[in-house]
Design a protein around this ligand. Structure first.
Ligand SMILES: CC(C)(COP(=O)(O)OP(=O)(O)OC[C@H]1O[C@@H](n2cnc3c(N)ncnc32)[C@H](O)[C@@H]1OP(=O)(O)O)[C@@H](O)C(=O)NCCC(=O)NCCS
Length: 164
């Protein structure tokens, strides 16, 4: 896992325009082409603004960017930090979202000093909710995401991670 770089544009564009991948992603503004995606990556403010952001996931055997994982500070949720992930369908079901999500949570608590991390998913996105659960999060409540609509909010605190 590493920070996004402009050279990820083509693979990231393919990921974000895959209908299977985007089925349960609500209201995301996907750039119109690879060049626009490259500009979006260059302008991505999170690493400088918050010191962290989503990370590209690189398949070690091939060097391919196969998805992303990581933490994001959400302006829409009072600055809460959420764990998000997205992978190419051919890599689903191998435990990669969980395997990459757990160290992100540990990083958030141990290195960034966060006292809480949340996860949001459409109620019908069973795979995503299962990943949140496998990462040790528990259901807290339903909330309305201004982009996606009614979503489940899961959360975890440092003590919950150590207990799980
Ligand atoms: C959600 C996503 C990241 C999961 O990635 P993954 O690497 O396959 O996740 P994992 O293998 O770590 O875990 C998936 C779990 O969901 C379960 N699952 C998947 N589809 C399921 C379904 N339709 N019903 C019930 N369980 C399901 C898997 O069995 C697994 O649980 P298990 O280990 O208890 O068997 C992947 O499906 C994806 O990229 N989806 C599109 C993007 C997306 O929706 N992102 C989340 C937005 S909130």
């Amino acid at each position: 896992m590493r920070e996004f770089i402009p050279e990820d544009a083509e693979e990231f564009f393919a990921l974000c325009t895959n209908p299977q991948v985007m089925k349960y992603i609500g209201g995301e503004d996907v750039p119109a082409n690879v060049e626009a995606m490259r500009e979006k990556i260059v302008a991505y403010p999170d690493y400088k603004r918050h010191g962290f952001g989503r990370w590209a996931c690189i398949h070690k055997a091939t060097g391919r960017m196969i998805g992303f994982t990581g933490l994001k500070r959400l302006d829409d949720f009072g600055g809460e930090v959420d764990l998000g992930y997205r992978f190419l369908p051919e890599f689903w079901g191998q435990g990669l979202a969980t395997e990459s999500g757990l160290p992100c949570i540990r990083y958030g608590f141990d290195d960034l000093g966060l006292d809480r991390i949340i996860g949001l998913a459409l109620p019908e996105n069973i795979a995503s909710i299962r990943v949140l659960q496998k990462c040790g999060m528990t259901f807290e409540r339903f909330v309305v995401d201004p982009h996606a609509g009614r979503v489940v909010l899961y959360s975890i605190s440092p003590t919950m991670l150590n207990d799980s």
